[in-house]
Ligand binder design. Sequence first.
Ligand code: ADP
Ligand code: MG
Length: 387
Amino acid sequence: MTAQDAATALLREVTGREADGVWSAPGRVNLIGEHTDYNEGFVLPFAIEHRTAAAVARRDDDVIRVMSTFAEEPVQVSLGELDDAIARGGLDWAAYPLGVAWALRRAAPDAETFGVDIAIASDVPVGAGLSSSAAIEGSVASGLNDEWDAGLSRVELARVGRTAENDAVGAPTGIMDQMASMLGVADAATFLDCRTLETDSVELGFRPAGLTLLVMDTNVEHSHATGGYRERRESCEAGAAGLGVSSLRDVTVEDLPHAEQVLDDVTFRRVRHIVTENQRVLDTVWTLRSAGPRTIGELLVASHASMRDDFEISVPELDLAVETALANGAIGARMTGGGFGGAAIALIDDEKTADVGAAVTAAFAASGFTAPTIFTVRPSEGARRDA
Ligand code: ADP
Ligand code: MG
């Protein structure tokens, strides 16, 4: 059953009513550009075929009730109490959809808002680094934008999603995931300048080149993710302050020798990752456009090395997945997402994909690691109305 059908069925089961409409938004994989988003740099994510769907039905009162196939109990709040409920916190998963409703009302104060039932279902794996959070935000934001006739653009809806995640959920993330989910185009990646929020679609051409993108989820929980993520952000801020710039976006590869002289070793290496990663994103876009996907392998590999050695956010499972994929013929591979666990990706000739997957699974077993979850993804369309 598709996520759209599951959401419609859940709405019917809980409310006994039919949906006014169904909206969905995808998860995403980041091809390259890690931890650059909050440094006002560049990223190159693409939306995937795994989607979260929101079935929405208007109510005649001012209650927003959210339900998910992931959660036993619906959660409800009246529009009048929404600000207080968000400020109080403790909403658990419901902070995502309710946070979106709250942020959307602030972003579109003139919209005529009314109560709604929202049923959510998803086939985006949660916590695997595929951004199930942006998918739930994008589906609910798209649904409420139409239902409430709020008239926000896709970029504004991405901002609504980020506001929900930052201020209602309390996760200090950048805007990459929401932009990828809102703006995705089939068979293309979204090149995003996180300073200006300008985007450009970049054709990936995996299929015509005979290439498959494999995701290798290590199933390692990002146990240090929150603390480690915050620490890396702080290092980046310290690096920018030490170099007298407002963000590391303003530092180039040519500035690195000077940075090495004025920063302590750890801060310097954090800075070097961001600065070289920004350059690698630009190089990847240029390479894709001029020579196609077969030539981006080295950039992916260099990105992984930088995250492992300079930014220090990899774990042995991610390193093993990348090394094994490369040893078995992958064109390129790297960890993707925030690090400390989660998934790695590999770009592989179609006919070698099964062998690479088997080799990674075998290598994990030989090392005594938890078995990885391995699957392919296709660059797919962004948020949309389905019904
Ligand atoms: P990721 O975005 O990498 O999957 P996050 O921790 O950012 O991981 O977001 C996962 C959280 O988003 C879940 O723990 C849950 O609270 C919420 N979430 C995602 N999808 C759903 C869903 N379909 N139903 C309810 N909550 C969801
Ligand atoms: Mg997330």
